[in-house]
Write a protein that binds this ligand. Structure first.
Ligand SMILES: *Cc1c(COP(=O)(O)O)cnc(C)c1O
Length: 408
């Protein structure tokens, strides 16, 4: 008899987006003339920049000619992409990362979701709350939690983030083995400082723990004083894995390319306490279950590191950051408190005592603006909404004008 993985039954339904869609539909039915602006989206809106499109096109033509056609490439990715990543994202910033410590993939979501399978089923997992749901759900599927009660899974360590800690939690008192950190953070837009990350690296070294550092939004960091990688922290090479993506940095959400950095020093232990390197484990997994990212897509990603590509992708992030500034200015005018929106495309707004859904409904009904209720990112998100800067300038300006008019 074929039986299911019963851990899947513990997963909380994708309630958030279903409920958001239901409320939008209801509003549309009762307000047929309203033009709704969606500032709830976690997806980019600008097209791929020209330097990237051109490299993409050239590579597609190579695939169509007999003398330049390519079949399977290396599972870990082509050197022409791994090398500039190591050089431009790490070595030129003083970080000791080699090209063969970089694994190219078709998404940070899948890498960050898959990596947990290298580790034992009974390790202690810690996540930020509010949290990007992938970290939690993949551990639920793997059986590392009990059932959910009042929005939290039993057995997980939740690191509360709020105004009091600037949405950057400190290491907990208790021991955790696998720690998911995301900076710039989705959903709160917070960014950890060197000192804060150093406390985590120190904690991981003392506890023989591992940090999974999701840096999918690194392109939005403009403050030179903020760390752009966990590997800027001394000692991180033994205790951290970093995930990056071309999705938000270069508009690749529909093109699909990302990478995971696993230094050869990263160590995990067996039940007898013997040390094992994680790099060969991931290499084994990656080459067993994955056959590489398509050649044209890797060429397109490599173009991000060309002179024109660097400039054009920076302009993409600049555009969204200006949207974020307009949103912050709008919230300042109406006196709604928030965090994020600098060094991040997300603004995390506080409802001043209203719960997430009240705030969501208020903006939908008074201004025809859709946001994301913070409660969807965990218990720690209640009372907040996430506002996204991924939209056209016109829509962002119009949305903030409407919000100011109805709530100001
Ligand atoms: C968008 C996003 C990613 C990127 O995922 P891809 O699969 O590379 O598109 C990773 N982590 C977080 C927190 C994100 O919001």
């Amino acid at each position: 008899m074929i039986r299911i993985n019963e851990h899947y039954a513990k997963l909380q339904a994708g309630y958030l987006f279903v409920e958001v869609a239901r409320r939008i539909r209801e509003y549309e039915e009762t307000h047929p003339d309203a033009s709704i602006i969606k500032l709830g989206i976690g997806d980019v809106t600008l097209p791929l920049p020209p330097a990237i499109v051109s490299a993409f096109e050239d590579a597609v033509r190579e695939m169509g000619a007999a003398d330049t056609f390519r079949g399977y490439g290396p599972e870990q990715g082509y050197e022409f992409l791994r090398k500039p990543i190591a050089e431009r994202d790490y070595r030129s910033h003083g970080m000791d990362i080699a090209a063969d410590e970089i694994f190219i993939s078709d998404g940070a979501k899948n890498d960050v979701g898959n990596v947990q399978e290298l580790f034992a089923p009974d390790i202690q997992v810690a996540v930020q709350d509010p949290v990007y749901p992938v970290y939690v759900d993949t551990n639920v599927m793997a059986g590392r939690t009990g059932p959910a009660r009042e929005g939290r899974y039993e057995g997980l360590t939740y690191l509360h983030s709020g105004f009091q800690n600037g949405f950057v939690p400190d290491p907990p008192e208790e021991a955790a083995d696998l720690i998911y950190l995301c900076f710039p953070n989705n959903p709160t837009g917070s960014v950890a400082t060197h000192e804060q990350l150093a406390r985590w690296v120190d904690y991981a070294r003392r506890n023989k723990a591992l940090i999974l550092f999701d840096a999918a939004y690194v392109a939005f960091i403009r403050d030179e004083g903020l760390p752009r990688s966990i590997f800027e922290i001394e000692g991180a090479r033994e205790v951290a894995i970093e995930f990056r993506s071309f999705s938000k940095d270069a508009g690749f959400t529909g093109t699909r390319c990302a990478f995971t950095v696993i230094p050869k020093d990263v160590t995990a232990y067996d039940s007898a306490g013997m040390a094992h390197k994680v790099h060969p484990l991931w290499n084994r997994r990656h080459s067993t279950k994955f056959n590489g990212v398509s050649y044209p897509v890797q060429r397109a990603a490599a173009a991000v590191y060309s002179e024109a590509g660097t400039r054009e992708t920076r302009e993409l992030a600049d555009f969204y950051l200006e949207n974020a500034r307009i949103i912050r200015e709008g919230l300042d005018t109406i006196g709604l408190s928030y965090t994020g929106g600098t060094n991040s495309p997300y603004i995390w707004a506080h409802g001043g005592g209203r719960d997430s859904w009240e705030l969501f409904d208020m903006l939908l009904n008074e201004a025809s603006v859709v946001t994301t209720p913070g409660a969807g990112f965990g218990r720690g998100g209640d009372g907040f909404i996430r506002i996204s800067a991924f939209n056209s300038r016109e829509n962002v300006e119009e949305a903030m004008t409407r919000i100011a008019k109805s709530l100001g």
